[in-house]
Write a protein of this length. Structure first.
Length: 509
């Protein structure tokens, strides 16, 4: 009898517990999905156009990012929905041109900050110029700028020219054997050797070896892996915690990260302990360093890593993109005009001065157009709105929202450019056919106080290395590189070798 009562009691208790659990689950789910539905269709971002699925969930955006196609999808979303698109539940993408660049990236207050989910502090825990807070960014940027001034650039001229000559010599050795050359690899070897020489007082021996060092290969791989793990972390608080614990806090990963960091740290320490034979990025900075204007030793290390990553692959990408574009059948006329301009003005790298190169109008237009069609930094540079919100393009954006001008979507937008997909240097030369183009929408080096610190150096390098190639070689794209530009994007372009046949230009011609 008592057993029967106990059973009934037990049944009752377990039934009520099950009911309670179900009720709670339904309640939590209703609240959660109610909130998701509210945010998507009635919340403050619901007035911005975009696909409903992207307003409801991060998953479509994370998926297109993981497969390296998000930049292309965003471009088509802007063509369909206009200058502002809600690309995620809490992210707005702009292709609004000059006005949006000014509102999001300029000095003007209120100023959104770099999105901390995207910009991570390096392994030594010391913020560099990219990840520092506003006050430290201004301090570091002011100090570092001395190494990038016009005066400083003049001092780098002999160094830059010697690397351009070395690049030509190494390529000529390969050309004389009749084989094809991977231009992308050689351009990367050159820009890494240049940056090594400018940041550490010596090249990295890559042109000499004709190979990218394992350190460089690890850095390249890190962009794709980093994109994947960032997406997993962005999915939810739980996945973020799991990745943090299992991956970034694992001993194996930390050791590997330190090994990579060591590569720059030890070279930086060596440079700080000696005076290089030529003026480099630190010469002026060290000469002027005093009191509060100093960088700490950790800041030297962090920024050295940044220079090696930011100031190398980008320039090589711009140049490889240009070589590809100039050797398309429909762009041959542009290549011939460029050859006439360069070969008409100089006969060898020795003849060149950085100043005289900067006066070549057609080359300037060619590089501008290359940076528009194939920007080395094609993906969004996300910023987070201040808690009180802010106005962009006449629209109020609430606080804590991710906003960005999407470079690729902007530079190739039909609202800003006629024939946006085509390579047309004449649009930069006042050709009336392109009078309605919004050239000020093109900001491949970003805009405002956090724009590219190395812009001027990048321009000198691009002009010099392009001129060196034009003066010395006639290039033919190999068949296997015909569709080279069809690339996935993991923050940067995922590039295959750019195979070319090189024929040395006869000096008598
Ligand atoms: C064609 C070549 C280059 C392109 C297209 C390019 C593009 C950019 C872009 C878009 C940014 C903004 C990044 C952001 O806000 O997240 C940037 C920042 C930066 N770039 Fe470049 N870059 C190039 C070459 C260089 C070179 C040669 C250096 C030399 C070291 C350099 C050093 C930097 C630094 C230090 C920053 C951070 C500036 C700051 O936060 O104040 N870049 N670059």
């Amino acid at each position: 009898m008592s057993t029967g009562t106990e059973n009934t009691l037990e049944q009752l208790t377990s039934t009520s517990f099950a009911r309670l659990a179900i009720t709670l689950t339904v309640l939590v789910a209703t609240t959660y999905y109610g909130r998701v539905l509210y945010d998507a269709f009635l919340g403050p971002l619901s007035k911005f156009p975009g696909p409903k699925l992207r307003a409801l969930s991060k998953v479509p955006g994370l998926y297109t990012t993981i497969i390296g196609r998000d930049a292309y999808v965003r471009s088509s979303l802007h063509e369909k929905y206009g200058p502002i698109v809600r690309v995620n539940p809490t992210e707005l993408s702009f292709n609004g041109g000059a006005e949006a660049w000014e509102a999001i990236y300029s000095f003007k207050k209120p100023k959104p900050v770099r999105d901390p989910q995207f910009y991570a502090v390096g392994v030594n825990g010391c913020p560099d110029v990219v990840t520092a807070d506003e006050a430290n960014h201004s301090r570091q940027r002011k100090i570092l700028s001395t190494g990038f001034s016009d005066q400083a650039m003049k001092g780098y001229e002999p160094l830059l020219k010697s690397w351009a000559e070395k690049m030509v010599t190494e390529m000529a050795k390969l050309a004389s054997k009749g084989g094809e050359v991977d231009m992308l690899k050689y351009l990367n070897c050159t820009t890494f050797d240049i940056m090594g020489d400018l940041a550490f007082g010596e090249g990295l021996g890559m042109l000499e070896d004709g190979e990218l060092s394992p350190w460089v290969q690890t850095i390249f791989g890190a962009f794709k892996a980093g994109t994947f793990w960032r997406c997993v972390m962005q999915y939810s608080a739980l996945t973020s915690w799991l990745v943090g614990q299992l991956l970034f806090n694992s001993k194996q990963v930390r050791v590997k990260q330190w090994e990579n960091f060591e590569y720059c740290q030890s070279r930086m320490d060596k440079r700080l302990a000696s005076e290089p034979a030529h003026s480099d990025l630190w010469s002026r900075i060290l000469a002027k360093s005093d009191g509060a204007e100093k960088l700490s030793r950790d800041e030297f290390h962090s920024n050295a890593v940044t220079f090696m990553v930011a100031g190398t692959e980008t320039t090589a990408t711009a140049l490889s993109g240009l070589i590809y574009l100039l050797h398309q059948d429909e762009n041959r006329h542009a290549l011939e005009k460029l050859k006439d301009e360069v070969r008409g003005r100089f006969s060898s790298v020795g003849d060149i001065t950085l100043e005289s190169l900067a006066r070549l109008e057609y080359m300037h237009a060619i590089i501008q157009e290359g940076l528009r069609v194939y920007p080395p930094a094609p993906s969004q540079l996300p910023r987070r709105t201040p808690s009180a919100g802010m106005v962009v393009n006449g629209k109020f954006i609430p606080g804590d929202i991710t906003i960005d001008v999407h470079p690729l979507a902007t530079f190739k937008s039909s609202t800003h450019f006629k024939n946006p997909q085509q390579f047309r240097p004449e649009r930069w030369l006042g050709n009336p056919e392109y009078k309605d183009d919004h050239l000020d929408a093109v900001e491949p080096f970003s805009y405002g106080p956090q724009n590219c610190l190395g812009k001027s150096l990048a321009w000198h390098e691009m002009r010099l290395l392009l001129a060196a190639l034009i003066l010395n070689f006639d290039v033919e794209l190999a068949a296997e590189s015909r569709n080279w530009i069809d690339q996935r994007i993991y923050v940067l372009w995922e590039k295959k070798p750019l195979m070319c046949a090189l024929k040395q230009v006869s000096k008598s011609s």
